[in-house]
Ligand binder design. Structure first.
Ligand code: H2U
Ligand code: ZN
Length: 352
């Protein structure tokens, strides 16, 4: 079977859903294009930015003169920690439930002009440490069963501010995506006595064709079932369920692999590459989650250039997600670009 030429479906075993791959539509040569967009220049401190040190946020809060990372409760939180639990059910058709939670914002750096890809390694390590602290603190709260750490990067992803930052939403129940992954990983573990992603990683390391970058403890690759053009998954070599279980060496290595990956993303089209990324980790309700293998997903929407974006519309909304460029081709593109940020030397923010 010529899988590179024939339309086919691929299974995402983490959530038990399919993606349609149509490689024959892209027999044309690689059309990745570097456009002549002016390099966005931003000041190191923007007096109108609500995330910069010393500035005023909504509601009158003043940011401290922070020097590394800074975490605060979201002033427009989507979930609130207090309140009574309640349920509404009319004939199992009109069903509603209260959901409590905590939403926080995490500034990655005091520097308004940097991004994860442009920060030095030590600063990215600080971000990983801050994520780990937040996960531990929020996950320990009895009313919290899941901690979702994520970053929306770029206006294309609906991000409101270029200042390097992410968000954390901690919820009373496990959200849908994590729930699906929990179920699939649990079944795999019961059947095989090993984690699904551990077994998957073994195959990917042997095959090599979907790998993007790696170090002693982490591997970034385009998953076999990727639905976004340059989607990647970042997997720890050791099957750990959550950040609490990472050694300090593994945390440092996570910062390194994230830096390698985001630099490659930026170099693809020579822009600050937009994406939504986030970690999937075991629920924090104290249950047995040895079947969990934590990981990060990167979902970038760009397809062939800085201005050609993939939309999930039509058949994809109603049927299956679909892709033209194969995961193997996408991984090769990401491997081919330099591991040194294209702006290195210009911003002074890049260490390698
Ligand atoms: P985005 O990066 O996805 O735009 O999120 C930024 C968050 O910052 C958003 O959730 C919050 C918004 O509610 N925010 C504050 O908490 N305080 C502010 O003064 C402005 C924005
Ligand atoms: Zn700022």
């Amino acid at each position: 079977m010529q899988w590179e030429e024939r339309p086919h479906k691929r299974l995402n075993p983490l959530i038990n859903e399919w993606v349609l791959v149509s490689p024959h539509r892209l027999k044309r040569p690689w059309q990745g294009k570097v456009e002549d967009l002016p390099e966005e220049t931003r000041p190191a401190h923007d007096p109108t930015c609500y995330l910069c040190p010393g500035n005023v946020r909504a509601g009158g809060h003043v940011n401290p003169a922070y020097e590394e990372t800074f975490v605060f409760d979201n002033d427009f939180a989507a979930l609130l920690p207090e309140g009574e639990d309640g349920e509404f059910n009319q004939d199992d058709l009109l069903v509603a439930r209260t959901e409590r939670g905590i939403c926080r914002v995490i500034c990655f750096s005091p520097r308004h002009d940097l991004t994860l890809a442009r920060m030095d390694l030590e600063a990215v390590e600080g971000v990983v440490d801050a994520w780990t602290e937040q996960f531990a603190e929020l996950g320990a709260r009895p009313e919290i069963r899941y901690v979702q750490i994520f970053e929306n990067r770029g206006a294309l992803m609906g991000c409101s501010n270029p200042h390097p930052h992410g968000q954390i939403w901690a919820t009373q129940t496990v959200p849908t995506e994590a729930e699906k992954e929990d179920r699939a990983q649990r079944e795999w573990y019961k059947k095989n006595s090993s984690t699904m992603l551990g077994d998957y990683l073994e195959r990917e390391l042997a095959a090599g064709e979907r790998l993007v970058c790696r170090n002693a403890h982490w591997v970034a690759l385009v998953p076999f079932w990727a639905k976004w053009p340059f989607e990647t998954i970042v997997i720890p070599a050791r099957p750990v369920a959550d950040m609490n279980q990472l050694s300090s060496e593994e945390r440092g290595a996570l910062a390194d692999v994230l830096q390698q990956l985001t630099i490659r993303y930026d170099n693809l089209f020579r822009i600050s590459f937009p994406y939504s990324m986030g970690f999937h980790q075991a629920p924090t309700d104290g249950g047995n989650y040895s079947h969990w293998h934590m990981h990060a997903h990167f979902y970038p929407p760009l397809l062939r250039s800085a201005t050609v974006q993939k939309f999930m519309v039509g058949f994809e909304m109603l049927g299956w997600p679909q892709r033209d460029i194969t995961p193997e081709t996408a991984a090769a593109r990401l491997r081919e670009v330099s591991g040194i940020h294209y702006s290195a030397g210009k911003t002074g923010g890049v260490s390698k």
